[in-house]
Structures are given as structure tokens and as C-alpha cells.
Write a protein that binds this ligand. Structure first.
Ligand code: R5P
Length: 297
């Protein structure tokens, strides 16, 4: 076996789908915990090119276990270890917003570059930088986009919706999702007052009167952004409000709040295990691995 795929328990389903799309064997990485909370990581095999699959939501313990797994794969003979992290955490803190804050994007990007020979991710939140390799230096780092997957999810809609980007950062995603179907787009401006408190204004919002709308973003975290935008859109006369995102980090309580706000359905890719996301990404990731030269074409 020249290339093998290795996945942690929470990602086994999507990792097996990727293994099938890429024609690879998929092996489960075993993790157990010592009483003091340390992780014991064991890989059941290795391969000259080892592809390690894990999304970095709730990333703290996951990062340590990834570093341990990469080392075990190298000890087992891997010459290169490539990380497939469909959701790449720690990308949003890209500056010190207040004096003394760590710039997590830079720190975690450098940590990944120290332990992996390549990285594949989907729609990382790069706000103030243009390219992923500015955040993850020294190694080939590939940022794929789920826009075609999201656009396909909209293709069956009976009535053409207006796509709404809730803030200026969402513009690239909402425009890319709208393009294949030539859908109308509105993009808002957001002010964040706290982790769950945002204020949004959407210029031209009167255009949604009598029409269904779909809120589009790279990530739904607490859902606060979507809920604030939905309030404005309902008041402006939108007939139906749904949400579409690459990554859904929302907890069951957050999802219940989105439902109470009348946002349904909430659709996202399966990049974050255990959430509402189910749109498939295996073919996209397999293409990315080929593009990076980590899989035979
Ligand atoms: C931020 O700029 C992102 O694009 C999302 O809008 C944000 O992370 C969503 O967070 P939340 O769901 O907590 O409002």
C-alpha cells in the first residue's frame, strides 16, 4: 500500500466516503485516555504517503492527537503525512483584536506546518489574508471551495431564491454559490458586539418582499449571525428563510434557536461531524488530493 487514509473515530463515515472516492483503504486511528486526561494514540498501520483525516472543530484535544498520530505514522514508515481537515479551526483569530491576545491563526498554522507535509481543507476563514499558505507556511496548503456543492443543493428549489450574505466577509461565498444558477444576491454589513451578539444592516433589502431567501455563509457557529439576518428579512417580507453554509458548528441548542427563528432547513456539508451538515464532500476532497499530487490522477 503506497497511500493509506487514516481517520479518527468521529470522522470515520466521511473518511470512508473519501477512501472510496479516492480508491484508498481507510484505517481507524485508535485513541484512549489516561485517567489524567492524556491521550494515547495508536495507528494500526502506516503507508509511505499517509493521509490523516480530521476536522478541527473543538480543536484543542484534536490537535494534540493529530500531532501524535502524525508521529506514529512516521515511526511506522510514512515519508509524507498529509492532513485532510475539512474544517480548519483557529482561522478566525487572525489579528490581536485586543492588546495581549494570541494570533491563533498564525500559531496553529505554524504548528500544522511543523508536523504535516501537506494540508487540504475547505473554505477556510481567511479574512485579512488572500491565501492559505500565508496562514500555514512552508508546506503545500490547498483551500478547496464547497461552492459547487452548495450550488447543487439549491438546484432543485421550485422558486428561485434571493441569496443573502449576512456580512461583507461572506461575499465571495455567496457570489460563488449564486453564479451557476444566476441567482440574485444581497450582502449585508455586520457589527459584532460579542460572541452571540451581532447587528446587521442589508442595503436593498426591500428586494426580498414576496420572495424566498437563502442565507449563505462559510460557517454557522452560534447561529447568531443567521438569526439576526433572518429577523430583518422577515420584517422586509421574505416568504421563506433557509440557511446554507460550508461548515455547521452549531450545537443542538443553537440549531433549536435557528429553528425557533423560522430558519429552515439549515443545510451544510458534512465537514463537521455530529452536526446538521450532510452535503457530501468526498468527491471534492478526492479531487483536492489529486490536485495536490498526493493521489494518482
Ligand atoms: C464570520 O465572519 C463568519 O463568516 C460567520 O459569519 C460567523 O463565524 C458566524 O458566527 P455565528 O454563527 O456565531 O454568528
Amino acid at each position: 500500500m503506497s497511500t493509506g487514509l487514516f481517520a479518527f473515530a468521529e470522522s470515520l463515515g466521511p473518511a470512508q466516503a473519501l477512501a472510496q472516492a479516492a480508491g484508498l483503504a481507510c484505517h481507524a486511528v485508535e485513541v484512549s485516555r489516561f485517567p489524567d486526561g492524556e491521550s494515547l494514540v495508536r495507528v494500526p498501520a502506516s503507508a509511505p504517503t499517509a493521509i490523516l483525516y480530521r476536522s478541527l472543530d473543538h480543536p484543542n484535544a484534536k490537535l494534540i492527537e493529530l500531532v501524535l498520530a502524525a508521529a506514529a505514522l512516521r515511526d511506522g514508515g510514512a515519508q509524507r503525512v498529509v492532513l485532510v481537515a475539512p474544517y480548519l479551526g483557529y482561522m478566525r483569530q487572525d489579528i490581536a483584536f485586543r492588546p495581549g491576545e494570541a494570533v491563533s491563526q498564525k500559531v496553529i498554522g505554524a504548528l500544522l506546518a511543523d508536523h504535516f507535509d501537506g494540508l487540504v481543507t475547505i473554505d477556510p476563514h481567511l479574512h485579512r489574508i488572500a491565501r492559505l499558505d500565508e496562514a500555514v507556511p512552508r508546506i503545500p496548503a490547498l483551500a478547496l471551495t464547497a461552492a459547487p456543492v452548495l450550488a447543487k443543493a439549491l438546484a432543485g428549489e421550485a422558486e428561485r431564491p434571493v441569496l443573502i450574505g449576512p456580512d461583507s466577509e461572506s461575499r465571495p461565498w455567496v457570489e460563488a454559490v449564486a453564479a451557476p444558477g444566476g441567482l440574485d444576491v444581497l450582502v449585508g454589513e455586520k457589527q459584532r458586539h460579542g460572541p452571540r451578539s451581532v447587528e446587521i444592516a442589508i442595503a436593498g433589502i426591500e428586494a426580498v418582499r414576496g420572495r424566498p431567501v437563502v442565507l449563505v455563509d462559510d460557517v454557522i457557529s452560534s447561529g447568531g449571525t443567521m438569526i439576526a439576518a433572518a429577523g430583518l428579512l422577515r420584517a422586509a417580507g421574505a416568504t421563506r428563510i433557509s440557511a446554507l453554509a460550508t461548515h455547521c458548528l452549531a450545537s443542538p441548542d443553537d440549531l433549536a434557536r435557528l429553528a425557533s427563528a423560522g430558519i429552515a432547513p439549515v443545510r451544510a456539508t458534512c465537514s463537521v461531524p455530529g452536526t446538521a451538515g450532510s452535503l457530501p464532500i468526498a468527491a471534492l476532497l478526492a479531487d483536492g488530493l489529486r490536485e495536490g499530487g498526493w493521489l494518482r490522477a
